[in-house]
Design a protein around this ligand. Sequence first.
Ligand code: SF4
Ligand code: SF4
Length: 151
Amino acid sequence: MAFWEEKTLDQMTETEWEALCDGCGRCCLLKLEDEDTGILITSDVRCQLLDGDTCGCTDYPNRQAKVPDCIKLTLQNVTEIPWIPKTCAYRRISEGKGLAWWHPLVSGDPQTVIDVGVSVSGRTVLEGDVEPDTWEEHAVEWPEWEPPEEL
Ligand code: SF4
Ligand code: SF4
């Protein structure tokens, strides 16, 4: 049995925990706040440290020093932060859903995250390249999209 099938999140080693990330990059997109309602809206603007193609953090060890808003996922906050994507492996495991077929640990191929449409690869704009008066144009819904389970 694979570790993600027999262990709960709190039983995983640090290496297993890190391996669980599907590399989608969705949690590294900036959120916009609706001024009237306070509701957070997902954007297609990526964090200054996210590589837009590989969706890897370009300075993972120092990410929180460089990006104060960067959230380190933990056992506690993965169930508490509402904007963690429904497709996120940590969220799925904590909700008892297991990993989807397209997760690289299951498919054996990182490309499946891209092929199924979950990855943000090639679909984002760098934070520093957004003109100050165009932020509203970057509100998008696609990072919330979930592939059907039967895909
Ligand atoms: S949303 Fe979850 S699975 Fe995707 S990159 Fe972020 S931590 Fe990893
Ligand atoms: S610092 Fe790295 S891990 Fe944190 S949000 Fe930015 S790209 Fe993602």
